[in-house]
Structures are given as structure tokens and as C-alpha cells.
Design a binder for this molecule. Sequence first.
Ligand SMILES: Nc1nc2c(ncn2[C@@H]2O[C@H](COP(=O)(O)OP(=O)(O)OP(=O)(O)O)[C@@H](O)[C@H]2O)c(=O)[nH]1
Ligand SMILES: [Mg+2]
Length: 459
Amino acid sequence: MTDTSSFNHRPTIVALATPLGESAIGVIRISGKDAHSLAGKLYRGKSRWESLSPRRATVGYLVDMDGEILDEAVWIKYASPSSYTGEDMVEVMLHGNPWILLEAQRIFVKAGAFMAKPGEFTERAYLNGKMDLSQAEAVNDLIRAHTRLAKSAALSQLQGKLSGVITRIHSSLLELMALLEAAIDHSDIEETFLSYERVLGQIEEIRSSLVNLLKTARAGQILSLGLRVALVGAPNVGKSSLFNLLAREDRAIVTEIPGTTRDTLEVEIQIQDVPFRLIDTAGIHESTDRVEQEGIRRSQKAIEMADLCVVLFDGSRPPQKEDQAILDLVKDKSCLFVINKVEEPHHAHEYDFVEDPLWISVRNHTNIDILHERLASFYYALGYNPQADVLLTNQRQEALLSQALDALEEAKRETIAGTSEEYIVHHLYKAKQSLEEIVGKTSHEAILDRIFSRFCIGK
Ligand SMILES: Nc1nc2c(ncn2[C@@H]2O[C@H](COP(=O)(O)OP(=O)(O)OP(=O)(O)O)[C@@H](O)[C@H]2O)c(=O)[nH]1
Ligand SMILES: [Mg+2]
């Protein structure tokens, strides 16, 4: 449960809010009921600490408990509830020297603050009602977003757009439950008689909102995890060469010897603002070499895990039986078929068993722009624009929405079967609870720990 009762028992915490490295400035954050008094003991400046008004930057020294100056800093006080965490807070901007920053942290701990756990500032923001749970998750997504689209999805969730959609569905659910409950309480009164069509119609309306939101999960999760693309094919067709070209770096070893790649290699790239995880794999064929066999097993695993397979063929030679065998391995996957090495006289037209192949030459960079285009359209064909649409971006949200949908479908079945209102309400109640868990109206400590432990310290 959202718990504000223990507000005053929470210890005052401190952490570095910026990465530990040489930089222009580094920021230390302190939050909790003693934040102001504790910082006051370590501040030396022209104006008295108590007289500093909140949200105003003030220059002053940071001194240790013996009064020795550590650094000159800029101090900002925030007064509860107008702060990120909702508690009294102080932010101290020091010179970005890792030694100074660690020392500053130590000084605050010596003065009585506790080291913050990962995500503890945001967890407090949630516990103090500054944001709901889906917004708190968005904070982490925003920090980790690597592309414009991933950033847009996270920012829109942080602005509360997902919470808005969930709240609307939740309200319709409450309305329907109230109607049914009234019918249960006054089943003897003629006017409260509820029409079967009306109940079914409302259930259906809620159900379709849930279905529509769930449909966005794939597009949303691709933005946070990257679209997994496995480069697969027989040995020596040019998978690693294409991998390096798309990654714009010389990551994978390329040789003319078939069986060069053994371990799968991964790299993150972006095409038209969509994040991709490219996976280079070992060439698949029958092999007696134990190391190569293990490589091939890993290639098959990569195919299983991929959202999309780019299947390569070597156009400089006629098709081989391995090429046919690979088609069999990818038959249940979404695929783009590519015939490489077409810059010299080639056999590409003999690959007529391949569906809609793109002819490329990694050596001459021929048609690589079209390959980029086809990869990006695979994402855009999902039909969402993260700048305008509300997307589900994590599996926790997706799992809870699926639970809500299951419960609603139960309710629909019971209604059609003519079961009494009590049973229908029971299922709707379960759906309501799942929706509440998404935004964190009900949540257990273990769930919060799992969510916030993925954050960095200081956030
Ligand atoms: N002519 C020509 N040769 C290419 C092209 N792309 C790659 N090659 C050559 O093909 C050979 C094999 O390339 P790799 O990228 O190692 O092939 P691979 O599919 O990763 O091979 P394995 O890891 O052994 O499965 C190398 O000699 C490359 O230089 C191309 O577009 N044209
Ligand atoms: Mg290779």
C-alpha cells in the first residue's frame, strides 16, 4: 500500500546524483527530515543557512565536521513537499572531481545521513505521492533511453499519459461495479433491474480498451530493449561483414575461412530513431567440430530469441543445401532475405526459392540504404508513433494488464451464462486490483524493491 504514515521515520539519505568521473560539476543530494539541519552543519557562507530561501542557488563552502573546507559549492534547499522526493532536500553542486565527491558523501554520512539505496529518491517520491508507480518506472526508462523514440515513450509516461489511460479504464470499471452492486443490494426493487445488454456492452467497452493498450506492448518494449535482429546464414556468406557495416565499427572478425564466427556478438544500433540489437551468429551447416557445433547451437538460440532474422545468402556461388536448411530453421520467424556479394558476376537469380530477396554488396555498400529502410519499416509497420501514442513499455505493466483482461473475460463469460451479479462483480474486482497495481495504488514492498533496485543510486 502507498504508505505515508512512516514518512517521519525514514532516515535522511545522501547519494551522488551524477556519475563518478571528472566533470565540470558533480551533484550530491540529501533528502529526509534532517536534510536541512544536517546540511546546515556543513555549510559555510556569507548568508546564514537558516536564512536561505528554498529553490535559490547560494554559493558556500562545504566543510567537514572539524571545520576544514573541502570545496566551494552551490547549494540549493528544497522545502517539503515542493521537492523531487516530497521531503526536505538539499542539492550541493561541487567541482566534478571523483575524490571530492566521494569525500563529500562521506562527510554527510559522518554528519548523520545514510547512504541511499538504488532508486531510493524516486521510491520516496512515489511513497510521498509525488508520482505514481508507472511514472516512477518512466524515470528509469528516461535515464536509459538511447533514442529519440525511446525518450518520447518514457517522457510521455512520466507526464502521466499511461496513468491517464489506466485511470479512465479504472473509472469505467468502478462505474460498472457500482451498477451491479446496486442491483445486488436492491434486487427486490423493480427499477434497479439491470439490462443484460447494458452490462455486456460496458464489459465489452472496457475489454476493448484493455486489448488496444495491450497491443502496444510489443512496440513499447522494443523501444526499451531494442528490436532483436539476428544475422543468420550459411558459413562465409558475409554475416560478420554486414554486422560491422551496420554497426559502423570493426567489431566482428571477418576472414575468408568458413566458420570464423563462433560466439554470438551483439551491438546496439539505431536506424531512423528505432533502437536495434544486432546479433552476429556462427554460420549454420553440418559440422563435426565441437567448438563450431556449440556456435551453431547458439545461432539457433539467437534465431529463437530474435524479433526479426536477416537471412543472408552468398550470391557469388550457386545455392547449397545449407541455404535450404536455413530456410527451414527460420520458417516461423519474421525474416528479411538478403543476397550478398552481387558486385561481381553472380548467381543471385538462382536463389529463386527465396522470398522477395534484396541484392546487396557489403563490399561496395550497394543497397545498404534499402536494407536500413526495410529494417526501420519493420518497426513502423507495427503502427505506432511513440510521440503521439501511449505505449506499454515494460513487462510488469503488460502482465498486470493481461491479468485484468483475463478477469474481464471471465466476467463476460459469467454474464453471458446468466450467472448472478455477485460472481460478475468478483471478477471485475480482480481486474480493478490489477489496474491499481500498475499505477501502484496497491503494491507490496517486494514489488517496490524489485522495481527500484534497477535504478541507479542517487535517482
Ligand atoms: N566479394 C565480396 N566478398 C564479401 C562481401 N562481403 C563479405 N565478403 C567476404 O566474404 C568472406 C566471409 O565474410 P564474413 O563476414 O566473415 O562471413 P560470415 O558469414 O560471417 O562467415 P562465418 O562467420 O564463417 O559464418 C570474407 O572474405 C569477406 O571479405 C561482398 O559484398 N562481396
Ligand atoms: Mg562471421
